[in-house]
Design a protein around this ligand. Structure first.
Ligand SMILES: [Zn+2]
Ligand SMILES: [Zn+2]
Length: 340
């Protein structure tokens, strides 16, 4: 079987029924063209698939882009006139905790299509030499489910004088990413939405929609947000917890020195009022708290002198066991009473 005898099934290629109307065919073409456009699809077969989809569309619509006239194809045009509003875009913007707290300028890539500059959006270019028709392979005839038909891509001539543009694979559009700088005010909470007028989709007439960016916070290994409170668990030397004194507290924007009251050790929680997530616009009045759970850390690798010091301290404290170790003392009292 030669190539030109292979069954050409444009309905099958576009995944539409035999009796599909023009609107359905256009929709199917747009959907498949979007998926297989070589600009978007890294699959090495994408360009070939795209050409096949293109040929099927041209065949069924009788509106070939690769014809003598070379009329611009409007396959991507939704009939969206100037009166029709441009579509909005929806996306997410991920921020580090510190960026969200302080506010930041963040580059954001907007994916968009624009007319191909090689073919001026027509999808086809004039050839200096005629070329074999890609659908009928020069025979001028095509075998379809209805039998042998005259190829109407080339008008039965078997050759064409225009070819699809290689830059845009005949789509007339190329993907042109645009990086914009997004200003994020201080203290925006995850889930809040930035509305950026003019950064939505663009219509042919130049109207633009709105870009809606939902703020997300990147996973932070240490800090957790609860409303505007920031929660963190921090290890602290058990000796410092007992003795109190100056302590460096880990805050999201850098360490803070505080005066630690001496005392209770286990599960100790410190609430630093207003040192959490700032309010809207960075307002400190509406800021949450920084809630630090202090986790007792035991000293390790003591040398002899350090052990002697601790031992002396222990002996001293045990002399007033009821005063310094009430729980321990109560336990011994109960034990001794039960053994009597
Ligand atoms: Zn082009
Ligand atoms: Zn042909």
């Amino acid at each position: 079987m030669t190539v030109s005898e292979r069954l050409f099934d444009p309905h099958g290629i576009l995944e539409v029924a035999e009796d599909a109307d023009l609107a359905t065919i256009r929709r199917a073409f747009r959907r498949l063209a979007m998926r297989w456009h070589p600009d978007r699809n890294p699959d090495p077969d994408a360009a070939a698939r795209f050409r096949e989809i293109r040929a099927a569309f041209d065949w069924l619509t009788g509106d070939p882009a690769v014809d003598e006239a070379g009329d611009a194809d409007d396959a991507f045009d939704d009939g969206a006139g100037a009166a029709q509003a441009a579509a909005d875009r929806y996306d997410e913007l991920e921020l580090e905790l510190a960026e969200a707290m302080l506010g930041c300028d963040k580059p954001f890539v907007i994916r968009r299509q624009r007319p191909c500059d090689v073919c001026d959006g027509s999808g086809s270019v004039a050839l200096t030499h005629t070329r074999l028709c890609a659908v009928c392979h020069g025979s001028g005839k095509v075998r379809t489910t209805h039998g042998l038909e005259k190829c109407h891509i080339c008008g039965g001539r078997g050759y064409v004088q225009r070819a699809e543009c290689e830059r845009c694979a005949g789509s007339g559009e190329i993907v042109a990413d645009r990086t914009v700088n997004i200003h994020v005010g201080a203290g925006m909470l995850p889930g809040e939405v930035l509305r950026l007028k003019g950064l939505g989709h663009e219509t042919a007439s130049g109207a633009t929609g709105t870009l809606f960016l939902t703020i997300r916070l990147a996973e932070d290994g240490l800090f957790r947000l609860a409303g505007r409170d920031i929660l963190v668990t921090q290890p602290v030397s058990v000796l410092r917890l007992i003795a109190g004194g100056r302590l460096s507290i880990a805050a999201p924007l850098g360490p803070m020195l505080i005066d630690l009251e001496p005392g209770q050790v286990a599960g100790r929680e410190m609430r630093l009022s207003g040192k959490g997530y700032p309010g809207r616009g960075g307002s400190l009045d509406d800021a949450g708290d920084l809630v630090v759970t202090l986790e007792a850390s035991l000293p390790a690798a003591l040398d002899d002198a350090q052990r002697r010091t601790l031992s002396r301290l222990e002996d001293q404290l045990q002399r007033d066991r009821a005063g310094h170790f009430p729980a321990l003392d109560a336990w011994w009292q109960a034990y001794l009473a039960s053994r009597r």
